[in-house]
Design a protein around this ligand. Structure first.
Ligand code: NAP
Length: 236
């Protein structure tokens, strides 16, 4: 085992932004622990697939302990698994509330606690949350309080953790996307979604991946909420 090769843990790695991140980190010569409920075993020896619900602490425990057993270290955690439920506030069900808290908040808490403990031991590491510009800039016609509630919580946690770990070599950042072309959005919605951005288009998965790779190499950047949103956070 090459002990110098870095290791990234990527949640929500079965499709969309997460699947692209797996490829991007492999291309950067990282080894990758990829987790999602429907993740398939990989033929690539540099990828360890851990199937499971990220809301369950046992999934987080397996991802970190099996990642350490196989690769020997944890350098980066990308908290990408997330769900988006947009509804008028009074139409949200208790199940919607429970599900979004489970994936977006409990899913962040369990694996981050375990990963960051390893990073602190190593004296280096990087944690990135994928949030959303909607958490700070609500859009008329896109009611989505539970997305804002959870993702704004992650933005706050990003800054709080960045400060708590600043002197221990662990950086903590977030990327706040606008609307990105992933399986989350069916093609027939794309024209309408493009119009929500000052630049007049939806984001590409590569726009988000590039931002995360920038943060990965930005050793003086911590506690940052990097907007990748076609200008949404600047105004309309
Ligand atoms: N696409 C956008 O426009 C957009 C905008 C702003 C923010 N974001 C954020 O970016 C992140 C990725 O979005 P995406 O568009 O790539 O989403 P996506 O295509 O819907 O993929 C979501 C990923 O999360 C995993 N996931 C969902 N629930 C899970 C659970 N309970 N346990 C484990 N894994 C779970 C899914 O895997 P399984 O189903 O296999 O579990 C999948 O790999 C999310 O946090 C999302 O909120 C996206």
């Amino acid at each position: 085992m090459d002990i110098e090769q870095k290791v990234a843990v990527i949640t929500g790695a079965s499709q969309g932004i997460g699947a692209a991140l797996v490829k991007a980190y492999l291309d950067r010569n990282y080894r990758v622990v990829a987790t999602a409920r429907s993740i398939r075993p990989s033929g690539d020896a540099d990828v360890l697939a851990i199937p499971g619900d990220i809301a369950d602490r046992s999934t987080a425990e397996r991802a970190i302990s099996e990642g350490l057993a196989r690769f020997g270290r944890i350098d980066t955690l990308i908290n990408n698994a997330g769900i988006f439920i947009a509804k008028p506030f009074t139409e949200y069900t208790v199940a919607d509330f429970t599900d979004i808290l489970a994936v977006n908040i409990a899913g962040f808490f369990h694996i981050t606690q375990l990963a960051i403990a390893e990073m602190a031991k190593q004296g280096s590491g990087h944690v990135v949350q994928i949030t959303t510009t909607l958490a700070e800039q609500a859009i008329d016609g896109v009611p989505s309080v539970l997305a804002s509630l959870t993702k704004a919580g992650l933005n706050g946690a990003t800054k709080s953790l960045a400060i708590e770990y600043a002197k221990r070599g662990v950086r903590v950042n977030a990327v706040a996307p606008g609307v990105i072309k992933t399986p989350m959005h069916p093609p027939e919605t794309h024209a309408q979604l493009a119009a929500l951005h000052p630049v007049g288009r939806m984001g590409e998965v590569s726009d988000v991946v590039d931002a995360i790779l920038y943060l990965e190499s930005a050793s003086f950047v911590t506690g940052e909420i990097l907007h990748v949103d076609g200008g949404q956070s600047a105004g309309h």
